[in-house]
Design a protein around this ligand. Structure first.
Ligand SMILES: NC(=O)C1=CN([C@@H]2O[C@H](COP(=O)(O)OP(=O)(O)OC[C@H]3O[C@@H](n4cnc5c(N)ncnc54)[C@H](OP(=O)(O)O)[C@@H]3O)[C@@H](O)[C@H]2O)C=CC1
Ligand SMILES: Nc1nc(=O)c2c([nH]1)NC[C@@H]1CN(c3ccc(C(=O)N[C@@H](CCC(=O)O)C(=O)O)cc3)C=[N+]21
Ligand SMILES: [Mg+2]
Length: 278
């Protein structure tokens, strides 16, 4: 048996095509969606992400600005830029790439972004709204995973869903979106006991750990949908959190690259369009 690969690249192309149509419609009213991306320091993974985001902006017809700041940037300097972008009328979405250097508080920067321009949906008020189920912006990576599940006809309703990872940017919001869709959700983390056993019960297993080949075939229920959020560099090569051998057990699986990554960026485009439409 070999899992059906969930093609995030193909689905992204489809969704980006629809976004481009919406962009053209919005332009009739004199508004072009604008996204500002801030990158502090030279994290190589972040640079790939920023490059892919620029390409996506072109595909969606957006205006975009990129700010590359040195690793020594102070918190006040960064907050100054955020404030400027909050007031810049060409910019509808602001994304500050995480992680930030040690001298800068991520919480302070996230809180400084105007919630109406917070296309990551990381601001506490947007996070709160997601908890309640009353939101404008969905968090990009979890939203991308949900669109992939929908595209392949995988409905979380009533199903055992296991999320490995509890970060604010992936694990926690992922669990919340699965819960909204009536999944029975278990969140695992580094202190979880009997992790493999818990994972083996999952109909939908999401790996957001940040460790290459963490999920092995013995941890997967035959036929399960296995979603690989991981983006790890091993000897210069990009690989996920899921051992490729899992494809022999799983029913569905997302590849890395070409799975969740492109969908994350597409959801960022969707949020930016939405911000511009408001
Ligand atoms: N495809 C995409 O669009 C995106 C991909 N990523 C990638 O996803 C991965 C996760 O990112 P992120 O959530 O930010 O990472 P974090 O490092 O913030 O979180 C990792 C989580 O995994 C848990 N964990 C670590 N080791 C173990 C273990 N041995 N057993 C069980 N749980 C463990 C941690 O537990 P604890 O809380 O106890 O420490 C933590 O909750 C990374 O590879 C990142 O690059 C991230 C964002 C978007
Ligand atoms: N404020 C903030 N928001 C984020 O959403 C955020 C962040 N910071 N920090 C870093 C992580 C990581 N992340 C990725 C998204 C897409 C790809 C991506 O495009 N992946 C391609 C890579 C292909 C290639 O190698 O070019 C793929 O999987 O096919 C990678 C990584 C978003 N993150
Ligand atoms: Mg920091």
């Amino acid at each position: 048996m070999s899992a059906i690969l969930m093609d995030g690249k193909a689905l992204s192309a489809k969704v980006r095509g629809k976004i481009l149509e919406e962009t053209h419609r919005l332009e009739q009213t004199g508004v072009r969606p604008g996204l500002a991306v801030i990158l502090v320091g030279e994290d190589p993974a972040s640079q790939v992400y920023v490059r892919n985001k620029e390409k996506a902006c072109v595909e969606c017809g957006f205006y975009s600005e990129k700010y590359v700041l040195p690793a020594e940037t102070t918190q006040d300097e960064l907050l100054g830029l955020v404030d400027e972008l909050n007031h810049n009328e060409r910019i509808h979405g602001i994304l500050c790439q995480l992680p930030l250097p040690k001298q800068i508080s991520e919480e302070a920067v996230i809180a400084a972004i105007d919630p109406k321009k917070d296309v990551d949906a990381f601001h506490p008020s947007n996070v709160g709204r997601i908890m309640i189920g009353d939101y404008d912006f969905l968090p990009c990576t979890p939203a991308g995973v949900m669109e992939l599940l929908d595209e392949y006809g995988i409905d979380p309703k009533g199903k055992r869903c296991v999320v490995i990872g509890r970060s604010n940017i992936v694990g926690k919001p992922m669990s919340m979106l699965l819960l909204h869709r009536h999944g029975t959700v278990t969140i695992c983390h580094s202190r979880t006991e009997n992790l493999a056993e818990i994972c083996r019960e999952a109909d939908i297993l999401v790996a957001a750990v940040g460790r290459a080949n963490f999920v092995t075939p013995d941890m997967v229920k035959p036929g399960a949908a296995v979603i690989d959020v991981g983006m790890n560099r091993v000897d210069g090569k990009l690989c996920g959190d899921v051992d490729p051998a899992v494809a022999e057990v799983a029913g569905y699986m997302t590849p890395v690259p070409g799975g969740v990554g492109p969908m994350t960026i597409t959801m960022l485009m969707k949020n930016t369009l939405k911000a511009a439409q408001k």
